[in-house]
Design a protein around this ligand. Structure first.
Ligand code: ADP
Ligand code: ZN
Length: 433
């Protein structure tokens, strides 16, 4: 039976089975969930069905931080065979522990995502995600290996060597963040290679949003097909949803990961099709189970079925994490909105950064820094001024506020081999003067 083509009844029956199992497991074995159930006056039987599951309180990032390092464990630590952790740029890292069975569950999920992206055992897949506590490298590694593809575990960094091996090994699949794929193309050209000559066929990109404009840019530069895939450490890592090649969104493996979309303000479960925060429950995780985990990622379920014939629901591309939302002068802004505006201008490159200008810790203004696409542009003062005005105008009408804009020399912003850091902060005490 192909799990990507289950009927609605088959899918529901698997979800019921999974929910009953994971809820009981968490209640019986995780002190964290035992406390949470008891405090809410709930018992596994009263919340273990899709109809009643919404009664259970959410689990949040703060809960997991508070449980650092092993407070989420629901098995003896002897049975944990692997630890991963998210980068924890804000506060303590979030730890995830895997049993042997969890690793198998994870690898199975990733294998399905890779198959959907069109990868086969004939492919040579270079993994440029970091290997380490980050789930990206190891996650894709075991899934691709299980599929039978030839895995090149390069890890992140060392871009020049990475490119030269990619050429020699005749790599066909590149696994990385979208921003690293852009950076690699730029480096290839600097080294005198034509990226199109590498023969890459498929890009499996994840870890951060990839706007339509960024996707087109990568496809044009490398001549490959871009596919996005999604996941997060707290739930399992990559392998939760991925694209099939139809550009319709990312298929969620919903026989393995139960999903809900909620109103982030009220917590109410939203009807199918409405945009809100994605809440996930991995149905077969033993080590560090999580129930109703608030991902912070905003998306919606695409109501139309996918022409590919898979019946797994599609989630729309993620525009940004709720953590990345900037509030300036009372206006909510996602970096992706700015990226879309910038992408419409041929004169600027895909490299940009948003600088939060702060005074005594308070955000006072936003500066959009974007690199010019062409060397020497900055000498042509009049043209530069006109371009700046056109971009400012578009930013103003899209964002309903006017950020500052700085046009930078090509290659002046820092490049990344992992997830792009789009937002930085700067203390500027005399801003208004
Ligand atoms: P860290 O928190 O250290 O960045 P994770 O890899 O766990 O580590 O990050 C997961 C987050 O990355 C997700 O919650 C989501 O915000 C983002 N992400 C992952 N894949 C995608 C994707 N395909 N599109 C957009 N955002 C993504
Ligand atoms: Zn599809």
């Amino acid at each position: 039976m192909n799990n990507d083509q289950l009927t609605a009844e088959e899918r529901l029956s698997r979800q019921k089975h999974g929910l009953a199992k994971v809820v009981k497991h968490a209640y019986n074995n995780s002190p964290f969930y035992r406390r949470l159930f008891d405090a809410a006056g709930l018992h596994p039987e009263t919340v273990a069905t899709p109809e009643s599951f919404h009664k259970l309180p959410f689990t949040t990032k703060n809960d997991l931080r508070g449980a650092y390092p092993y407070g989420m464990a629901a098995v003896p630590l002897d049975d944990i065979v692997r630890i991963h952790a998210s980068s924890g740029t804000t506060g303590k890292p979030i730890v995830a522990g895997y049993t042997r069975s969890d690793l198998d569950y994870w690898a199975q999920s990733v294998t399905r995502i890779c198959e959907m992206a069109g990868v086969t055992k004939k492919d040579i897949a270079q993994i440029s995600f970091g290997y380490g506590l980050f789930t990206g490298g190891f996650g894709l590694h075991y899934g691709l290996e299980r599929l039978g593809a030839t895995v090149v575990p390069f890890s992140s960094g060392n871009t020049e060597r990475q490119l030269s091996l990619m050429k020699d090994f005749k790599t066909t699949v590149l696994v990385s963040t979208p921003s690293f794929a852009i950076y690699m193309a730029e480096t290839a050209r600097d080294l005198g290679y034509d990226p199109l000559s590498f023969g890459l066929k498929i890009g499996m990109f994840g870890g951060e949003p990839c706007s339509d404009a960024m996707r087109e840019e990568i496809e044009k530069q490398w001549g490959l097909k871009v596919t996005s895939n999604y996941g997060l450490t707290e739930v399992v890592g990559p392998g939760i949803s991925g694209e099939c090649g139809q550009r319709t969104g990312m298929h969620i493996l919903d026989d393995l990961y139960y999903h809900e979309i909620i109103n982030p303000q009220t917590g109410e479960v939203l009807p199918r099709g409405e945009a809100g925060e994605l809440v996930l429950t991995p149905l077969f995780k033993e080590g560090f189970p999580v129930l109703r985990y608030r991902t912070g990622d905003i998306t919606r379920i695409v109501p139309e079925p996918c022409p590919c014939g898979r019946t797994t629901p599609l989630m729309d591309y993620i525009t940004g994490r709720s953590d990345d939302m900037i509030i300036i002068k009372g206006v909510n802004i996602f970096p992706s909105q700015i990226e879309e505006v910038l992408a419409a201008f041929r004169e600027v490159s895909p490299h940009y950064q948003l600088v939060l200008l702060k005074d005594k810790g308070f955000i006072k203004d936003l500066e959009v820094q974007v690199e010019l696409a062409q060397e020497g542009f900055t000498d042509r003062y009049k043209e530069l001024e006109l371009l700046g005005n056109r971009i400012r105008q578009r930013l103003r009408s899209t964002l309903s506020m006017s950020p500052r804009l700085k046009l930078m020399e090509p290659k002046s912003l820092e490049r990344t081999t992992g997830k792009a850091k789009r937002i930085v902060e700067m203390e500027v005490p005399d801003l208004e003067k």
